[in-house]
Design a protein around this ligand. Structure first.
Ligand code: KG4
Ligand code: ZN
Length: 336
């Protein structure tokens, strides 16, 4: 079964053709980074406009590269929530028009569910149930994936997301957007013990995260150093800060793995590309005899192949939309 998938939830316009939820026939991502870098972050209005300009070409290119015509497609899948509303609407409207005119069924896909599904493309043997840590620019969730379309969120951030926390510290030390990626590169060879950052605790939940205190302490450190005319070494700062973020993520995830008697852990979302996070979770899982699954690096960030993968399982579960489908800026994973 061939699914044409479309993704436009943030600043990537993406389309892909995926066979049986597991095989990528083609995947095209048009990034808007050069545009947003001028402003230090994603400008929603610009993102929407660029999606409008790019989407036809991206879909045409992915169809050409897949070798599929409309007659070879069985369904259209589209990201409909959560994300920037104006950006999501471009993909949703395009998918509705395409599905309607080609006479194909339309399946809506939750963005964070699709991040997890990037792992189905990378690891053909992976099947639920498992525990997932989803860390993106806007979300940080610990999730029990009971089956392909049944999710139980057991931990979430109370304030900033892990990616946001990386991006803000990176920006404060003068790195360009997307900060998390640049901080990862700049931290190579740095001393992770050079600076001490607080480990925020969250009352009332053993699995919830809080990153805003960490971010504020990094900004204060840089501010105080600037006032004294001191230079903060970039690599040491980056290595210490990333280590602090990874420590928060790892502590709660390990607790959840143990409490819910899980032995298979899946990482997902843009931050799962972080080199320290991948290495540290690799070590922690090896020590405990747990199986660790991470998306291939090119599937960690936003792309449509992962939408085609999750879309396949959503389609099989009977999920359909008609031309009344709307985009939603926020939506829980359980309800997606
Ligand atoms: O999943 P994603 O591509 O978009 C959202 O759904 O939000 O995640 C983007 C986030 C950004 O905050 C970006 O800085 C972060 O992922 N990111 C990284 C790395 N690559 C991307 N953070 C840390 N290390 C990286 N290598
Ligand atoms: Zn994403």
């Amino acid at each position: 079964m061939n699914i044409l998938a479309i993704e436009s939830s943030c600043d990537d316009t993406a389309a892909a053709v995926v066979r049986d939820g597991r095989q990528i026939l083609s995947s095209v991502v048009a990034s808007q980074v050069p545009e947003h870098v001028l402003y230090g972050g994603v400008v929603p209005e610009i993102a929407s406009r660029r999606h409008v300009e790019a989407i036809s070409g991206v879909v045409r290119q992915t169809l050409a590269e897949s070798g599929c015509g409309y007659a070879d497609l069985d369904a259209v899948a589209v990201t409909y929530a959560p994300g920037l509303i104006g950006a999501l609407l471009v993909g949703v409207n395009y998918a509705k028009g395409l599905a309607f005119s080609a006479g194909l069924p339309l399946t809506p896909v939750h963005h964070l569910r699709s991040h997890i599904a990037a792992n189905y493309l990378t690891h053909p043997e992976l099947q639920p149930p498992f525990l997932a840590l989803v860390v993106s620019g806007g979300h940080s969730h610990i999730v029990l994936v009971e089956d392909y379309t049944t999710f139980r969120v057991i931990g979430r951030t109370r304030d900033d997301a892990a990616g946001e926390c990386m991006d803000k510290a990176a920006r404060a030390i003068g790195l360009p957007y997307p900060g998390g990626l640049h901080l990862d590169k700049a931290a190579v060879g740095g001393n992770p013990k050079a600076f001490r950052f607080p480990k925020p605790t969250v009352s009332g939940s053993a699995y919830d995260f809080s990153f805003s205190g960490l971010k504020t302490s990094a900004v204060n450190l840089l501010h105080n150093a600037a006032q004294k005319g001191e230079q903060i070494p970039l690599a040491d700062f980056g290595a210490s800060y990333i280590a602090a973020v990874v420590r928060c993520l790892a502590d709660n995830t390990i607790r959840a793995m143990e409490d819910f008697a899980q032995t298979r852990l899946v990482l997902a979302g843009g931050v799962s590309a972080n080199s320290v996070l991948r290495r540290e979770f690799g070590r922690l899982c090896r020590e405990r005899g747990w199986q660790l699954y991470m998306p291939a690096l090119h599937l960690c960030g936003d792309n449509a192949a992962m939408v085609g993968a999750q879309g396949y399982y959503e389609f099989l579960s009977g999920k359909r939309a008609d031309t009344a489908l709307n985009a939603r800026a926020t939506m829980g994973m359980e309800n997606g």
